[in-house]
Design a protein around this ligand. Structure first.
Ligand code: PLP
Length: 224
């Protein structure tokens, strides 16, 4: 249940010169572990479950930037909309519309990443390239309707595989999609974040252009 301080220091030292943001993935871990990392200077934390992030947000310091990285159901957006810093897993227009609606109610612009399906495994969520294109077009062609969201980039998860070449190809695929939309800057679509890489593959993800890594088990130990 203790955090790995040496790993945290080493990781921070590795990421900072590269301008890569570390999101410490604290799902299932106790608030005391988050506080311990916070005390070392960490501010970005990632959570996967709505009830859990609400509980933790209520008891931890107000300057923590909460990243929602799990699969988000539309009917639960309202619970995290008041405080969430970045929603990583947006994978449908319906979900984006609900985030926009809740943002409007709160008079805040909510930052989102669109999740792209890059892994070959069937189980991972996300948009394919043509769905991504359609969603970005929908948002850019009717900017007025989407005034309370900002799409800041893309998120993806590579296959859980020992096949390095396959994992690298998936990261490259996501990076080229990211580059495709990066110059198309509007208030609603303004790319600067490519969220890819986890404990097992973050170094390769950074080599392939990641700007934000989501790391859990390396920092907090394996999850039960
Ligand atoms: C749990 C999780 C992570 C962290 O995984 P580790 O392998 O523990 O670093 C990253 N991204 C997402 C979307 C997750 O669900």
């Amino acid at each position: 249940m203790a955090i790995n301080e040496a790993v945290y220091r080493q990781l921070s030292g590795e990421l900072q010169p590269k301008d890569v943001t570390l999101v410490a993935v604290s799902k299932i871990k106790p608030a005391s572990d988050i506080k311990a990392l916070y005390d070392l200077g960490q501010r970005d934390f990632g959570e996967n479950y709505v009830q859990e992030v609400m509980d933790k947000q209520a008891q931890l310091p107000g300057d923590i930037r909460w990243h929602f990285i799990g699969h988000l159901q539309s009917n639960k957006v309202k619970f995290i909309a008041p405080f969430v810093h970045l929603i990583h897993g947006v994978d449908s227009e319906k979900l984006l519309a609900e985030i926009n609606k809740q943002g409007k109610k709160l008079n805040r612009v909510i930052s989102c990443l669109l999740q792209v399906h890059i892994a070959q495994e069937e189980t991972k969520f996300g948009l394919d390239a043509s769905e991504l294109d359609a969603l970005i077009k929908a948002v850019t062609t009717d900017a007025h309707q989407w005034s309370h969201i900002r799409i800041e980039g893309l998120m993806g998860m590579a296959s859980f595989s020992d096949d390095q070449a396959k994992v690298r190809a998936e990261f490259q695929q996501l990076h080229s999609l990211y580059q495709l939309y990066t110059p198309a800057t509007t208030p609603q679509v303004n790319f600067s974040v490519l969220s890819m890489g986890m404990s097992g593959d973050y170094q390769m993800a950074i080599e392939e252009g990641s700007t934000m890594v989501r790391i859990g088990s390396l920092l907090f130990g394996a999850r039960g």
